[in-house]
Ligand binder design. Structure first.
Ligand code: ZN
Length: 122
């Protein structure tokens, strides 16, 4: 439920707006708070990907793909599979590369990633 808070002293809080819109204690203007009625569920997928030098080697003795290529392909497919979620706005993806250090790439919502206007550069 929205409350009305004094713009001069945040300890002056009212359940309803006053007739003149001012604090009845100190007469400063009141501001309505923006409290949402329902809490939102927010999800975060962290894609932790090995980016060390050994990832340049072949994934399998008989194939041509490197370990890094397989990781990138699977990460991209994993992100694509999230595009069917019903609540894309509150589902976030955070790809992180690691070698001897950790390199977070970005945090974007699935809605942003699914948008044709978004381009992601790894
Ligand atoms: Zn006040």
């Amino acid at each position: 439920m929205a409350k009305y808070i004094c713009t001069k002293d945040p300890n002056h809080i009212f359940d309803q707006n006053t007739a003149d819109g001012n604090c009845s204690v100190c007469w400063a203007a009141l501001k309505q708070t923006q409290e949402s009625a329902e809490p939102r569920d927010i999800g975060l997928t962290i894609l932790l990907m090995d980016a060390s030098g050994s990832m340049k080697t072949k994934a399998f003795p008989t194939g041509s793909a490197s370990r890094a290529e397989l990781v990138i392909k699977n990460a991209a497919e994993g992100i694509l599979s999230l595009s069917n979620l019903s609540n894309k706005k509150d589902a976030y993806v955070m790809p992180v590369l690691f070698d001897h250090e950790v390199h977070p790439l970005f945090i974007k919502s699935v809605e942003e990633l699914a948008s044709p206007a978004t381009s992601v550069i790894f």
